[in-house]
Design a protein around this ligand. Sequence first.
Ligand SMILES: NC(=O)c1ccc[n+]([C@@H]2O[C@H](COP(=O)([O-])OP(=O)(O)OC[C@H]3O[C@@H](n4cnc5c(N)ncnc54)[C@H](OP(=O)(O)O)[C@@H]3O)[C@@H](O)[C@H]2O)c1
Length: 234
Amino acid sequence: MMAKRRAVITGAGQGMGRAIALRFADDDIHCALVGRTESKLRAVAAEIADRGGTAEVHALDVTDDEAVAELGVALADATVDVLINCAGDWLINYLQDTSNAQLDHILRTNLRAPYILSRALLPNLRRSDNASIINIGSLVTSNLVPTVSAYTASKAGLKGMTGSLAAELKPELIRVVMISPGPADTPMRDAASPGIDKSVLVDADTIADMAHTVVSLPRGITTSDFILYSMRWG
Ligand SMILES: NC(=O)c1ccc[n+]([C@@H]2O[C@H](COP(=O)([O-])OP(=O)(O)OC[C@H]3O[C@@H](n4cnc5c(N)ncnc54)[C@H](OP(=O)(O)O)[C@@H]3O)[C@@H](O)[C@H]2O)c1
């Protein structure tokens, strides 16, 4: 019997990460669920089990270097076919009102953590015969808008990192792709834009389907980074 493919998904306790995990599990991909809140991850693992899939839970903060290193140790013997860097945080604030601590937090979570996690799991990805890293970006890096300069800086950095890493890992046929959603129907959007008209949002399942399409491409085939947004937005 062929071994199951394995995905490591950060931010898997809710929103897009959860939707991606459920979509992957439905395709018999074993999901390593990473996030801060263990109870949320366990709830997603239970949903996956109910649907006949398999998952494991790794409760950790992706900005904690030691915890990420420990994840690398825990997965040392595993082949990882997919890494989804989805965990992220948001900040809507004017430049003059943004503290150094807020800036550091956003850059650490949205940019530095995907870098360090990608490096930690590279040996595992190298064992796969069809490996993917998907970084979740944002529409804000192409549609530049006010009050999100720190968040935009983090996602623009991630976009640059994605492109450079895609070139670096191309000889090994490891695809590195960014999916940049517009406003999406997740708990983050509920927190950032309370009461928003949901009809202008992208469904998390639609983003999950896109991620699944990318990781299902044949070995040696990749795609450019792409944006996914509702035409009712803006
Ligand atoms: N929603 C949107 O409109 C939108 C649009 C474009 C891009 N995005 C991007 O899409 C990604 C997913 O967003 P979402 O809307 O699904 O967000 P969400 O509903 O807030 O879910 C994010 C998840 O990431 C986890 N997380 C956050 N910081 C973490 C950390 N330091 N360590 C480990 N886990 C952490 C959270 O865990 P806990 O629950 O335990 O805190 C949460 O489960 C983010 O990168 C976001 O920037 C979102």
